[in-house]
Structure formats: C-alpha cells, structure tokens
Design a protein around this ligand. Structure first.
Ligand code: ADP
Ligand code: MG
Length: 232
C-alpha cells in the first residue's frame, strides 16, 4: 500500500476550547492511483492534506507513505520527506510574485534530485509562451498550471492538490484536470485531490466522502471516467 493512514486525529485549540477536526481517519491509497476526498467546506479536507504533506502534525494515529512512517518524525526528516516525495498544489497557488513563470519553476526544481526537464514540462502544461511573465500577468488557469509545474518538477511520487479547480471556470477546470490525468500517465504520479466538487470524483479510482472530520463512505470506482467523459 502506497499511503496508509490509520486512526488519524487532529485537534485545534486548548482545553475547553479544544475542537476535534479529524476524528479517526483511515485511508489507503494505491500507487499510481487518483484518489479524491469529497466533502463540504469545514469537513477537514485541507487538514488531512496538510498532514500527509508534512505541513501539519497529527495528534494521534499514523501516516505511512511509501513504507516510511512520517507521523512523529523530526522536522529535519519531515523537510527531507517533503523535498523528496511530495508535490503540493495549494488552493491559492502560492507563486512567488517577483519571479517569472520559468524562475518560479526553476526554484522548485533545485530542491529535487530526480527532476523533470523544465522546457519539457512547460510545453506539456502550455506555459512555454508565458515563461517570462510574472504571476500578476497570468490568467487563473495559467497561474494554476504554473503551480502544478512547480509541484511536479521534482518528479514527486505523491502529488497533493487542494481544491485544484476551486477558483477556475468550467473550461479551465477541465483543462487542469486533463493535465493531472496526463501527469499521472506520463510520470506515474499518485494523485490525491481534495474538493467539494462532486463531478471530480468521477475521474477517481477511489473516493472518500468526509463529513465532520470522519470518513462517511469509501467508494472504489470500477470504471473511472476520463475528464472528457464526465458530465459536469
Ligand atoms: P476543509 O478544507 O474541508 O474546508 P479544513 O481542514 O480547512 O476543512 O478545516 C476543518 C476545520 O478545522 C474547520 O472547522 C476549521 O475552521 C478548523 N481549522 C482548520 N485549521 C485550523 C487552525 N489552524 N486553527 C483552528 N481551527 C482550524
Ligand atoms: Mg480546504
């Protein structure tokens, strides 16, 4: 099993103000699969992603990725794990405003050993003609594609996407999801997306429905659809 999460719990706040955000999450993810966590706003989706991505620490439970336990590790070990294993596409893109598209990607490439060629990647993501632009001069879709390029240029085994279509219109959302399909096929990347968009679940190999910090349902999809087959 590529990712194995057991009894994951997370609290915020102290003492009487303490709230339980994740109440014992169990999840498994196969290598090379696309998994979608579906749930309403506030259900704990970003918290799960941030813990798997090493940005937050769990209070209880275990997270094992590619045979390595990441829960309870030192910050140096977590930094290395993030550098070597994880690509993260943030909801707000997190591009560096005073660097061009190409420079934004280069700075991430430097962090990894098994890197993807930047020109190849920019071509794949339709960014070649925008490579010298600054983020403020890009459309939402172009910013999102730059964010995806930054996340995968180190060729991570696991790509985590927080609401990847959250701020995009319908056509641009489909373009973005098609690119994620292509990335999975070309590089074998395992992709975990969290979203409130039900339609995205149709492209998944497995869906977890989350509600109030608990997995309400786990669905293994027999025939995942390609982005162009999905009725939106
Ligand atoms: P989702 O991504 O599904 O919208 P989140 O994981 O962001 O949900 O948040 C789940 C719950 O945890 C929400 O009630 C949110 O307000 C709370 N929460 C998230 N982060 C923090 C934090 N750093 N401090 C306190 N509460 C938080
Ligand atoms: Mg969220």
């Amino acid at each position: 099993m590529f990712v194995e999460i057991k009894n994951l719990k997370k609290y915020y706040g102290e003492k009487e103000n303490k709230i339980s955000v994740l109440k014992g999450i169990d999840m498994t993810i196969d290598e090379g699969s696309i998994v979608v966590v579906l749930g309403p706003s506030g259900s704990g989706k970003s918290t799960i992603l941030n813990i798997i991505g090493g940005l937050e620490t769990p209070d209880e439970g275990s997270v094992v990725v590619d045979g390595k336990k990441i829960s309870g590790k030192s910050s140096a070990e977590i930094s290395r794990y993030r550098r070597e294993m994880i690509g993260f596409v943030f909801q707000s893109y997190n591009l560096i405003p005073n660097l061009t598209v190409k420079e934004n990607i280069e700075i991430c490439q430097k962090l990894g050993d098994h890197v993807i060629d930047i020109n190849e990647l920019m071509k794949l993501l339709g960014l070649s003609e925008h490579k010298n632009k600054f983020p403020r001069h890009l459309s939402g879709g172009q910013q999102q594609r730059t964010a995806i390029a930054r996340a995968i240029v180190k060729n991570p085994k696991l790509l985590l996407c927080d609401e990847p279509t959250g701020a995009l219109d319908y056509e641009t959302s489909k373009d973005t999801l098609r690119l994620l399909e292509t990335i999975r096929k070309k590089y074998g990347t395992t992709i975990l997306m969290v979203t409130h968009n039900e339609a995205i679940g149709k492209m998944a190999d497995k869906i977890f429905r989350i509600s109030g910090g608990e997995i309400a349902k786990e669905i293994r999809v027999e025939n995942p659809q390609s982005v162009d087959e999905i009725e939106w």
